[in-house]
Design a protein around this ligand. Sequence first.
Ligand code: SAM
Length: 270
Amino acid sequence: MGTLYIVPTPIGNLEDITLRALQVLREVSLIAAEDTRRAAILLSHFDLHTPVTSYFEHNKLSKLDRILEALEQGDVALISEAGTPGLSDPGYELIRAAIERGQRVVPLPGATAAITALVASGLPTDSFVFVGFLSRKAGERRRALEEVKAERRTLIFYEAPHRVGETLEDMLAVFGNRSICAARELSKVHEEIWRGSITAAIERFGAEALGEFVLVVAGAPEEARWAEARVQAVLREELEHGASSSEAAKRVAALAGWNKRDVYALLSKD
Ligand code: SAM
């Protein structure tokens, strides 16, 4: 029975591959790669000759059995187009299936844009929420932002360059003018770690955003959050006026700067 290795690859600078990643990529029987062309560039740069098969968003289910079969015969390395597989990249289904079959899964530490951006952002790193990509649909994007509006922890978003402007506008509308770090083209020639307010970010990137972006946004400010007693009181009022538990929790959460789950939890405390 083989091992499934989860192998991060560079997010720009090829020198960011680890020695262990190179060893694993050299020694496995098969590499399952999101992008076989990118994989070929990487493998040729490091003079590796391991067979590669594709595993990407649109064949990830049909390829699952074949990769699991290969895992019965030998070790397989999973790589994505860039960074850590499974993180806003294909990998989850394969990793789950391997775990369910009792296969050994070995993750290698390595490059990922989210953590690289976070640590340079100057925003609190002690606790954070990785939001990832927002929906392309305006309504869903706003709703997703509303859901994390009251979140006190630092927020990390991935965004495609052509949507950075719209996303910043939505963030301004939902969050207000918070601190933000736009980490652009990390580890590449045009790397830029830009820090400022959301309004200033719109001025800087609203019309034209080039390259790959991570947006790291400050969590909700302290004063936006009500004390528990106040939340309890308003919640009780809502329920007395006939709102369902779910409606009441949602409404109070939005007013109080709490997340809905935590308000809901108060209901069972009574
Ligand atoms: N699995 C990858 C990881 O571990 O970071 C993320 C893959 S996701 C499909 C691609 C997104 O990651 C980009 O749209 C961007 O938000 C972010 N990203 C990837 N490389 C980046 C870089 N060099 N600089 C800034 N952001 C990057």
